[in-house]
Design a protein around this ligand. Structure first.
Ligand code: PA5
Length: 450
C-alpha cells in the first residue's frame, strides 16, 4: 500500500547524486538498527517507537470521555503547556480544524474555543486571555511532564485561581485535567491532593515525541478531531519506517539526505509550506529537530517559512542570499475545499487567464515555480507529499518526522533524545528571580550584568 506521506528528492539531482544517496545506505540502516534495538544513547526515551500499536487503551477511552465532558460543559478550553507539552496539540488542531477555529460560529465549530497559555511569561497575553474568557464556562488542561516548568506553572496558578473563584474548589477540580508524570512531580501531587483527573506522560517518551500520548490527544479530541484515526495513520507509517527497504523508505531517505546536505556544508534546513494551516506543524518540527540534533556544536538549524506569504519577505534571501540552506517543502496533495476563479467582464485586473482554475491549482503552480527558481538560485529542494488533510495522514506525518529524526540524529552522531542545553537559561532565570538554592549563582550573574 502507498504511504499517505512520501518523501521525494526528485528534481534535486543537480545537488544530490544517486551515488551519495547510495553511500549513505549503510549508515541509515545502521542508525535504524540502533533505534529499533534500543542500543544507542538515549535508549530510555524510545517509548514513542511502538506507541501507535502499543498504547494504553483504557486511558485512550478516558481521554475520549473527558473530551466529551469538556465539549459539553465548556465554551472555552484552555491548554497550559510549553515546548513538547504544547506544540503538538496546537499543530494538530490548527492543521485539522477550521482556519478561523475560534472565530467561526459554534454551530459550525461544535466544540469549545481553544486557547493556549503557559508558553510565555507575558502579562498582556494572560490578561487579554482572561478578558476573552469573560464570564463563559471554561476548563483547563495543564500539561507538564516535570510538573515544575516555570512558564506553565505560573499560568496554571493563575487559571486555577480563576476556576476556584468561579466554581469553588470542588467545582474547579471537575474542570481541571492534569497531564503529567505517572507518579512524580509537583503537579501530580497537587492533582492527587485536589482530585483532578490525570493523564500520563510516559516516562520513556520525551516532550517533543509526545504528541500521540495524552499530551496531544486530549486537546486534539476536544477540538473534535478523530484521535483513533490519528493513531491508525501513525501505526501505518511505523510499519513502513520499520520494514521498507532503504530505497523505498521515506523516513530513511529523508534522514540520509539531511545528513548529505549537512556534510556538504549546508547549515540550515528551511521547512516550507503553502498552506497556513501547516504553520504550527513547522513550529512542532523545529522543536523536534532543533532539540534533538542541535548539540555538541553540530546539527542543521531548522527554520521555517509560510509560502506564498514569506516569498514577499524571506523569498529574497532564499533566492539570492548566503548559500547556507536547503529547502524541504510539505505539499498537501488533495484540495479539500476547491475555490474556482471566475471570469470578469473587462478583465481590468488582467486575471482572466486564470478563469476556471482552482486556487489549489494556482497555489500548486506557485509552488512548482518557486521550487525551480530556488534550485536555479542554488537551493536544493526536497519534497514531502501528504495525501490529504486528514487525521490519518497527520498521524503518518507526525510519525514520519519522529522516526526520521531519531535516525538522522544517530547518523549525525548525537543523542537525539536528550536536551542538556535547555537547562542553562533556567538556572540563570531562577538565580535572578531569587529562587532558594541559587544564591551563589545570583551574585555571580548580578556582577556580570552590572
Ligand atoms: O521536549 C521537551 O522535553 C521540552 O520541550 C518540554 O516538553 C518542555 O520544556 C516542557 O516541559 P514539561 O512538560 O516538563 O513542563
Amino acid at each position: 500500500m502507498l504511504d499517505n506521506v512520501l518523501f521525494d528528492y526528485i528534481n534535486a539531482e543537480d545537488f544530490i547524486s544517486e551515488n551519495a544517496v547510495c553511500n549513505m545506505k549503510e549508515a541509515a540502516l545502521s542508525a535504524r538498527d540502533t533505534l529499533l534495538s534500543g542500543s544507542g544513547e538515549g535508549n530510555d526515551f524510545l517509548g514513542w517507537v511502538d506507541l501507535p500499536v502499543d498504547y494504553d487503551k483504557e486511558e485512550f477511552m478516558r481521554i475520549k470521555s473527558a473530551a466529551d465532558r469538556i465539549k459539553h460543559n465548556s465554551d472555552v478550553f484552555i491548554v497550559i503547556g510549553i515546548g513538547g507539552s504544547y506544540l503538538g496539540a496546537r499543530a494538530a488542531i490548527e492543521y485539522l480544524r477550521h482556519s478561523f477555529y475560534n472565530n467561526v460560529s459554534k454551530q459550525i465549530r461544535k466544540t469549545p474555543e481553544i486557547y493556549y497559555v503557559g508558553h510565555n511569561i507575558s502579562s498582556a497575553y494572560i490578561t487579554h486571555l482572561i478578558e476573552v474568557i469573560g464570564d463563559r464556562d471554561f476548563s483547563v488542561n495543564v500539561i507538564s511532564k516535570s510538573g515544575t516548568t516555570t512558564e506553565s506553572a505560573i499560568a496554571f496558578r493563575i487559571f486555577k485561581g480563576l476556576l476556584e473563584t468561579r466554581y469553588g474548589k470542588d467545582g474547579a477540580a471537575e474542570r481541571i485535567f492534569a497531564t503529567t508524570d505517572r507518579e512524580r512531580g509537583a503537579l501530580k501531587m497537587l492533582a492527587d491532593e485536589l482530585g483532578y483527573e490525570t493523564f500520563v506522560v510516559p516516562d520513556n517518551i520525551g516532550g517533543r515525541f509526545s504528541v500521540l500520548t495524552a499530551v496531544g490527544l486530549l486537546p486534539i479530541a476536544v477540538s473534535g478531531a478523530d484521535i483513533a484515526k490519528l493513531m491508525e495513520g501513525a501505526a501505518a507509517m511505523r510499519k513502513s519506517c520499520i520494514n521498507k527497504e532503504y530505497e523505498d523508505n521515506s523516513a530513511l531517505l529523508y534522514a540520509a539526505i539531511r545528513n548529505i546536505m549537512y556534510n556538504d556544508g549546508k547549515s540550515v534546513e528551511v521547512l516550507a509550506n503553502y498552506e497556513p494551516s501547516l504553520h504550527y506543524i513547522s513550529e512542532w518540527w523545529k522543536q523536534l529537530y532543533g532539540e534533538s540534533e542541535g548539540k555538541e556544536h553540530k546539527g542543521l538549524f531548522p527554520a521555517s517559512v509560510d509560502f506564498t506569504t514569506d516569498l514577499h519577505s524571506m523569498g529574497q534571501f532564499i533566492q539570492d542570499g548566503a548559500r547556507i540552506m536547503f529547502e524541504t517543502v510539505i505539499d498537501i496533495e488533495e484540495d479539500e475545499l476547491p475555490l474556482v476563479m471566475s471570469e470578469e467582464k473587462g478583465n481590468v485586473d488582467g486575471l482572466n487567464f486564470l478563469t476556471g482554475m482552482t486556487l489549489a491549482n494556482i497555489n500548486k503552480e506557485a509552488m512548482r515555480g518557486t521550487r525551480l527558481a530556488h534550485m536555479d538560485g542554488g537551493v536544493p529542494n526536497l519534497i514531502i507529499k501528504v495525501k490529504n488533510k486528514s487525521e490519518y495522514s497527520l498521524g503518518a506525518l507526525f510519525y514520519f518526522f519522529e522516526f526520521a529524526c531519531g535516525v538522522s540524529g544517530y547518523m549525525l552522531g548525537v543523542n537525539p533524545f536528550n536536551q542538556p542545553g535547555v537547562e542553562d537559561y533556567k538556572k540563570n532565570m531562577f538565580a535572578l528571580l531569587g529562587k532558594p538554592g541559587y544564591e551563589e549563582a545570583r551574585e555571580e550573574l548580578l556582577a556580570r550584568l552590572r
